[in-house]
Design a protein around this ligand. Structure first.
Ligand SMILES: NC(=O)c1ccc[n+]([C@@H]2O[C@H](COP(=O)([O-])OP(=O)(O)OC[C@H]3O[C@@H](n4cnc5c(N)ncnc54)[C@H](O)[C@@H]3O)[C@@H](O)[C@H]2O)c1
Length: 313
């Protein structure tokens, strides 16, 4: 029987590298396409000896000439809040022009596609927890607009291609995910806190720390992504993926101080503009359609992530 093939755009990034690894383990032929902007060759160095893995250095914002595949996973967008200030145009175009290029490629080869959207499409939510039918509260002109709004338009494109071309394209809205291979200095809260704890520096909490997030360990997310691609009847649909275990940022800081055994304390700095006050996915749809349950508890996931960062420092 012919093996399945998949292309992972953004395959050398944090989430993408775990997805490539998992698809290879499942017996796929995997093509990783990346411009190595925020991803790294080191993230995928353990995969390159596999005869079923090919790396293509290319930018999805440019016209694409790629091999035919059965499945396309679009994860090619920087996701670090630091980068929203540094690379706003690149980010906006990766999720719009880049999404269009990949959708055209999917139509050309009659491939199935999955678009990695984000919980940021909900902005600073007035509805809690957030389910897929909530339309969000995004500041389209604010400092996070390049990311939040381009993901929203990326989603609109997937619906348009589903309607116009009958393309089987699915969207996942990913909530805060963490784990090994995140960048130490990428500005997201888990790597920030772990790096500070390992260096013995105080952990910087923005605001009073009462804002909440729900943290998903990367292996749980990858299982959800693969289930979304495989499930019947999801063409044109959107599904939340993440973890429902909601914690305050202050609690996260204390947990990381505890498991790392650091002497670090906690300092406070002003809250950045448009920082969402609450974030928790409603996972009813994922549970019902995908039988999705998270398996990795926060302390366990943080411990594994800490071990990875210890080797990086
Ligand atoms: N990690 C999370 O918590 C989270 C949450 C919500 C959504 N997401 C989405 O998941 C996807 C992966 O996120 P991540 O956390 O792994 O980020 P990441 O920065 O580690 O990975 C993104 C990858 O895409 C590549 N890339 C970016 N622009 C590109 C372009 N124009 N052409 C080719 N490659 C390009 C980067 O080099 C990198 O390898 C993104 O689409 C992100 O928006 C992630």
């Amino acid at each position: 029987m012919k093996s399945q093939s998949a292309l992972v755009a953004g395959g050398s990034g944090f989430v993408g590298s775990h997805l490539c690894e998992s698809l290879l383990n499942d017996g796929y032929d995997v093509f990783c396409i990346d411009n190595f902007g925020s991803g790294s060759r080191e993230n995928i160095s353990h995969l390159t000896s596999s005869g079923n893995f090919e790396v293509i250095e290319a930018d999805i914002r440019e016209p694409l000439d790629l091999p035919p595949v059965d499945e396309i996973y679009h994860l090619a967008s920087r996701a670090s809040p630091k980068d929203f200030q540094k690379y706003p145009v690149r980010i906006a175009l990766a999720n719009t022009k880049g999404t269009r290029n990949l959708l055209d490629y999917a139509v050309e080869h009659d491939a199935k596609m999955l678009f990695a959207s984000t919980s940021e499409v909900y902005g600073d939510p007035e509805v809690h927890p957030q389910n897929e039918s909530y339309n969000g509260n995004v500041n389209i002109r604010g400092p996070r607009g390049c990311y939040d709004e381009s993901k929203r338009f990326g989603e609109t494109l997937t619906v348009a291609y589903n309607n116009k071309h009958d393309l089987d394209v699915r969207t996942v809205r990913i909530f805060n995910t963490y784990g090994p291979r995140m960048h130490m200095d990428d500005g997201r809260v888990v790597p920030n806190f772990i790096t500070q704890a390992l260096k013995g520096e105080d952990l910087t909490v923005y605001g009073d720390g009462s804002q909440t997030r729900s943290f998903c360990y990367v292996s749980d997310l990858i299982r959800g992504i693969e289930k979304t691609m495989q499930a019947d009847g999801l063409a044109g649909e959107v599904i939340n993926l993440g973890n429902e275990d909601e914690r305050t940022i202050h609690e996260l800081a204390e947990t990381i101080i505890d498991i790392s055994g650091t002497e670090s304390g906690i300092t406070h700095e002003p809250l950045p503009e448009d920082d969402p006050s609450r974030r928790r996915p409603d996972l009813s749809k994922a549970r019902q359609i995908l039988d999705y349950e998270t398996e990795v508890e926060l302390r366990e996931g943080l411990r594994k992530t800490l071990e990875y960062f210890e080797d990086q420092i």
